[in-house]
Ligand binder design. Structure first.
Ligand SMILES: Cc1cc2nc3c(=O)[nH]c(=O)nc-3n(C[C@H](O)[C@H](O)[C@H](O)COP(=O)(O)OP(=O)(O)OC[C@H]3O[C@@H](n4cnc5c(N)ncnc54)[C@H](O)[C@@H]3O)c2cc1C
Ligand code: FES
Length: 314
């Protein structure tokens, strides 16, 4: 059985601003096995562990990093962990982004969703995938990791709602700007990169050479997913649900997903008809096979947090 609980020592702590901190922990096993989009659940003084997307790994140093925004008491406690202290970490957990077969990757992120995108960008770059990343924040004071993203990506566009940094607007405006520049340069090659969005197979995008990956606030991802569908590219979204166990047992993190039902085979309707002298005739209706989209629940901590946008019941 795979061991998922590890005692990890904090080796570096960088305060990004008053409310955001970047923590680096020693763990060869997590750095060796983590995939972008996966998360860890870490133990602080609170009863429940807190989940955080893996923001960076350094396999040669055997470390992994997390970016944490102070929200309430649970996250605030991690600001007080001292270098050299050891904490209990479950991970890597969940299902990450699927990069196989991709040549070009558009990424949109906002808020704390920006952190796991650093790991995604580094991995995509290592695999030779071209990356274009759009990020959005309220104002210049909230901007995170812009320099790092700009250094890693082939294209980067930052938007702030008040226009104090980058373009004025939302992450979606930045994404559309990147796309417009890209498609103008790409010309007729664009159609070759696309795949049949309607023919996706759950958690499998083998035929897709271009995709949009999203991580951030729910409305931002929903809008980006609709846009991706309209322009005809695959989309994967990293969802954030409240979590208790983080390992698939409690079902706190249920996500409503659409699922093409298996052929539903209805039992033949049998009608008993009284005929002459009590003869019995069975009238059997045709066997009906239906293919209808059905709703089901997946666990964000196991089947997710990354899902194909098409399966999410927004
Ligand atoms: C897969 C995943 C990845 C995440 N990655 C990051 C990250 O990289 N950086 C970051 O700063 N934050 C991230 N979050 C959100 C982070 O887990 C919450 O902000 C944090 O748990 C809040 O804890 P709290 O005690 O400060 O707040 P409280 O609101 O007091 O938390 C109370 C309870 O609700 C849960 N909870 C509250 N908000 C969330 C939330 N948004 N998502 C899940 N559970 C929540 C807590 O775990 C706790 O059990 C992620 C969440 C998920 C599910
Ligand atoms: S948090 Fe318990 S099943 Fe997902």
């Amino acid at each position: 059985m795979r061991k998922i609980e590890h005692d990890c020592t904090l080796i570096k702590k960088t305060l990004l601003n008053q409310d955001n901190i970047f923590l680096t922990f020693q763990s060869q096993i997590i750095s060796d096995t983590a995939q972008p989009g996966q998360f860890v659940a870490i133990k602080g003084p609170a009863f429940l562990r807190r989940p955080f997307g893996i923001a960076q790994v350094d396999r040669s140093a055997g470390t992994f990093s997390l970016g944490i925004r102070k929200k309430a008491a649970g996250t605030a406690a991690f600001f007080d962990v001292e270098i050299g202290e050891t904490i209990s970490v479950l991970g890597p957990l969940g299902h990450g982004f699927e990069l196989d077969g991709l040549e070009t990757l558009f990424i949109i992120g906002g808020g704390t969703g920006i952190y796991p995108l650093l790991f995604l960008l580094e991995t995509a770059k290592r695999k030779g995938i071209k990356t274009y990343i759009a990020t959005g924040f309220r104002s210049n004071d909230d901007v995170l990791l812009a320099e790092e993203m700009n250094g890693l990506a082939d294209g980067f566009c930052l938007a702030t709602e008040d226009g104090s940094s980058g373009i004025k607007g939302f992450a979606q405006n930045a994404l559309e700007k990147l796309w417009s520049d890209f498609s103008n340069n790409c010309g007729s090659n664009l159609e070759d990169l696309k795949s049949d969005v309607d023919n996706f197979v759950e958690h499998s995008f083998e035929n897709s050479k271009i995709a949009l990956f999203c991580c951030g606030p729910h409305p931002m991802m929903q809008k980006a997913a609709t846009w991706a569908r309209q322009i005809g590219i695959q989309c994967q979204v990293s969802l954030e649900e409240r979590m208790a166990c983080g390992i698939g047992i409690c079902r706190t993190c249920a996500v409503a997903v659409k699922r093409e039902s298996d052929a539903v085979k209805r039992e033949p309707d049998t009608e008993v008809i009284k005929a002459d002298a009590g003869a019995i005739k069975n009238k059997i209706d045709t066997v009906e096979v239906r293919h209808e989209p059905e709703f089901d629940y997946d666990r964000c901590c196991v089947e997710g947090p990354v899902f194909p946008a098409e399966v999410v019941q927004w």
